[in-house]
Design a protein around this ligand. Structure first.
Ligand code: MN
Length: 248
């Protein structure tokens, strides 16, 4: 099995290093990842300046772009092989519920899916630096092997969230649906040293609705959450409603 690994926390992050170590036991691993942290860039593609890739080792490249840039460059230009699977992570911090569209980690898996390559994103559910990347990496390598054997349904990738617990404390995995964020004030406004106002997004600890069967419900009870996602965002249930409007 040939595996491309990427992330959005940057090539030097602990998560991608644990993930690479674990995946090397089950396949041939290449790494193409951002040269610095690019969290919350979503599915951004760099169009307005050139990209540079620095080779750090055999099939290992740091790119001064986004996770989506990395998947593109990796597959089309940098690697000596076409990967059978793309794994993105291990992200420092959860990617649950409505947050998935902000996530560079999840977007890298999306990009691979657009190219027809099976893929999953994996995140460690932690508010801090995270302790148990090894346990999450072991889970990811088992999942990679299963995906390689069984394939994934078409146009589908997986968003995996692993509680920050040691291997023996992690409960079984649950296949879940995307949860719902509880939207609250999340921006701090203050004055800078020159008396001008500034705003900083992401200050508060945000919560999710505790709905049975969702990603949040599973990880908050110690289970690994696996959510199958697809790129078609159409709300099919509302097609009929809108087609009933008088739009001429
Ligand atoms: Mn990140």
């Amino acid at each position: 099995m040939k595996i491309l690994v990427t992330n959005d926390d940057g090539i030097h992050a602990s998560g991608i290093q644990s993930l690479t170590e674990a995946l090397k036991k089950v396949g041939e691993v290449a790494v193409v990842a951002p040269d610095r942290e690019r969290s919350a860039v979503g599915h951004a593609l760099t169009l307005h300046h050139p990209l540079r890739a620095i080779q750090l080792g055999p099939n290992t490249f740091a790119v001064d772009g986004t996770p989506t840039d990395c998947v593109n460059l990796g597959i089309h230009n940098l690697l000596s092989f076409k990967p059978d699977i793309v794994v993105s992570g291990i992200n420092r911090g959860a990617n649950l519920g409505d947050d998935v569209t902000y996530s560079g980690t999840v977007a890298a898996a999306m990009e691979a899916t657009l190219m027809g390559i099976p893929s999953f994103a994996v995140s460690l559910v932690t508010e801090g630096m995270g302790s148990n990347y090894g346990a999450a990496a072991e889970f990811a390598s088992r999942l990679a092997r299963q995906i390689h054997e069984k394939g994934l349904p078409s146009d589908t990738f997986l968003n995996v969230n692993v509680p920050d617990l040691p291997c023996d404390s992690l409960l079984s995995s649950r296949v879940t649906s995307q949860g719902k964020r509880r939207y609250e004030g999340n921006i701090i406004g203050k004055l800078d040293p020159r008396g001008r106002k500034y705003y900083w997004i992401g200050s508060a600890q945000l919560s999710f609705l505790d709905l049975e069967g969702t990603d949040y419900h599973a990880v908050s009870r110690g289970h690994v959450s696996i959510t199958p996602l697809h790129l078609d965002l159409t709300n099919y249930a509302s097609l009929q409603v809108l087609r009933g409007w008088d739009l001429a």
